[in-house]
Design a protein around this ligand. Structure first.
Ligand SMILES: Cc1cc2nc3c(=O)[nH]c(=O)nc-3n(C[C@H](O)[C@H](O)[C@H](O)COP(=O)(O)OP(=O)(O)OC[C@H]3O[C@@H](n4cnc5c(N)ncnc54)[C@H](O)[C@@H]3O)c2cc1C
Length: 532
């Protein structure tokens, strides 16, 4: 039953929704289309096409489809990137179903790049041993995929899309989910709406906005992990967060990206004194693995020396024509990258951890499935291989649709929650001082470089924030819950692996050569011990 005492009104079309999908990114829309003609309601915090990382993806989708490529090669690259904790069975399943899901996307109208003979053009990305990334017009894959799916969704009468509905709670009865509670008007309404459902699919994306600097859209707040954990779902690998090393540090939130292609073209990383610091840290300097470069940049920023991407020699006057998006972002902030170094900082980019699901996308709670970045399927291990995340979203969304069709739970009677008073003092979450503090604390203590002491402090501070939380309590509670799970799992993992780096234990350790499985109860117990 819902935890809040505010007024909750049932939706105007009385009855039980067949299937409710939370989130209108790639995972949510693909699942809705695959479920058609079954009735589906998609609840999305923002209008579909906005507020979703899927629309911002620049690279593309990885799929072993070229002549020289094999599923084994794609698997080997995925396992190597994952730093020892990839679930190989799940990764093989994802990889082997990839080509069919690409064909589905083509059928929905995605205009993937093709050669003169009409064959898919496959490109190569860092850490992929073969050309296997399907793209659209260079860097427009995410936008084009979403445009095609949105058009298909709008034409499908069985899919009802409710935009601007921020889901705040999953309604649970014992270990069974029977619906969701959402706040309309992009979360600004004083009234909440209940959607009873026979099945709920969580597709709410990542956690970037738990941190101060992120490349993710504002809606990526870790709400899905928090909501699921609060009704007892097992969360896996929450400590594994991937940072992009070179977000443009111009005070924009979210931070625009300075693409890795700039370093590929010879741009160098320097500090304020003009010292090229990556040459001290790795033989490949700026082309070292992403996490190594992220730590190098972070250390300079932390030490007050600043970090800058100097493209003046390597790219120079060609900048506007070769990198128009980055150029526009810099010029807006008054930086001319043709003649000036670009200030950069690492930014949260992708969450490898999330709600634990099995091969059919089932969580540990009956009636609740999940797909996309909100999940942990195990395919990424401790670090994601580039372009595997869109692949994961479509493969598991399709598997969920099959599973629900095969084993839909029986309809259940639902009692409408009673109204318990209106409240008119709604403070927007964005303005809340607790949120600003949480993001600052997460970046400082659960960011690129972590320590046991810093994580202990962070966990205590999160508990204190939870105690003082204000009117925005449900949404803030979801965020604080996810933050606590990330911090606790990072505190317990006394080693460094993949996206998790502890300067007090900088090497991988055999004792931690496994995934993390944690519940909110576990995290609360550890937090209580630390608070004393
Ligand atoms: C800048 C950028 C570039 C990237 N490039 C690539 C790439 O090239 N290749 C690749 O494979 N991956 C890439 N990624 C990662 C990839 O885009 C994401 O992992 C993937 O799109 C996640 O899809 P999703 O459907 O799970 O989540 P999203 O696309 O983020 O969608 C989440 C949806 O849930 C909604 N939502 C969130 N909270 C709530 C709530 N409480 N109630 C209701 N709705 C809610 C959101 O508004 C949105 O509609 C990139 C990510 C970023 C940020």
């Amino acid at each position: 039953m819902p935890s809040n005492t505010e007024s909750i009104r049932p939706q105007s079309w009385q009855g039980i929704d067949d299937i409710v999908i939370i989130g209108g990114g790639l995972a949510g829309l693909f699942c809705a289309l695959k479920l058609a003609p079954r009735p589906v309601t998609v609840l999305a915090a923002a209008p579909i096409g906005f507020g979703a990382s899927s629309a911002w993806a620049q690279g593309g989708i990885a799929a072993a489809m070229s002549e020289g490529d094999t599923f084994d090669k794609h698997l080997a690259d995925t396992v190597a990137a994952g730093a020892g904790t990839v679930d190989e069975k799940m990764a093989r399943l994802m990889i082997s179903e990839g080509p069919d899901r690409i064909r589905d996307l083509l059928a929905y109208g995605v205009p993937f790049d093709r050669d003169l003979e009409g064959k898919l053009l496959l490109s190569r990305e860092a850490a992929h041993s073969e050309r296997r990334i399907v793209r659209v017009k260079g860097d427009r894959a995410g936008k084009a995929i979403m445009e095609a799916l949105i058009a298909a969704v709008r034409k499908t009468p069985s899919i009802r899309v409710m935009e601007g509905y921020v889901v705040e709670e999953l309604i649970s009865e014992g270990r069974f989910v029977s619906g969701v509670i959402a706040r309309p008007d992009a979360g600004q309404s004083t009234t909440r709406v209940a959607f009873p459902a026979r099945a709920v699919v969580l597709c709410s994306g990542g956690v970037g906005h738990l941190y101060q600097v992120t490349t993710n859209p504002t809606e990526a707040r870790g709400a899905g992990v928090g909501m699921a954990a609060r009704i007892g779902a097992v969360i896996a690998d929450p400590e594994f967060v991937q940072f992009h090393p070179t977000a443009i540090d111009i005070g924009r939130d979210p931070a625009p990206l300075a693409t890795e292609a700039l370093r590929g073209d010879g741009a160098t990383l320097v500090n304020r004194a003009g010292h090229r610091f990556m040459t001290d840290l790795h033989p490949d300097a700026e082309l070292a693995p992403r996490d190594v470069v992220a730590r190098g940049v972070f250390a300079e920023v932390q030490a007050g020396r600043g970090a800058f991407l100097d493209c003046t020699k390597a790219v120079g006057a060609h900048f506007p024509e070769l990198f128009p998006t980055v150029y526009a972002s810099c010029m807006e902030a008054g930086i001319d990258p043709v003649t000036q170094p670009i200030p950069v900082a690492p930014a949260v980019h992708y969450h490898m951890g999330g709600v634990l699901v099995d091969a059919d996308g089932k969580t540990t709670i009956d009636g609740l499935w999940a797909a996309g970045e909100v999940t942990s399927t195990g395919v990424h291990g401790a670090n994601r291989l580039a372009s595997n995340s869109l692949l994961e979203a479509v493969v598991f969304a399709a598997r969920i649709a099959e599973n629900i069709k095969g084993m839909m739970p029986e309809p259940r009677l639902y009692e409408w929650p009673k109204s318990a008073g209106e409240s008119d003092d709604l403070v927007t979450l964005e303005d809340s001082p607790q949120l600003a503090k949480l993001r600052r604390l997460m970046s400082a203590n659960a960011g690129v470089i972590r320590t046991g002491e810093g994580l202990k402090t962070l966990i205590r501070e999160i508990v204190a924030l939870e105690e003082e939380r204000g009117r925005t309590r449900v949404r803030f509670a979801n965020m604080a819950t996810t933050a606590k799970l990330i911090a606790t799992a990072a505190y317990l993992r006394e080693e460094s692996r993949g996206g998790h780096y502890r300067s007090d234990c900088p090497e991988p350790r055999e004792a931690f050569h496994h995934r993390t499985f944690i519940t909110l109860k576990d995290a609360d117990r550890i937090a209580a011990e630390l608070v004393g």
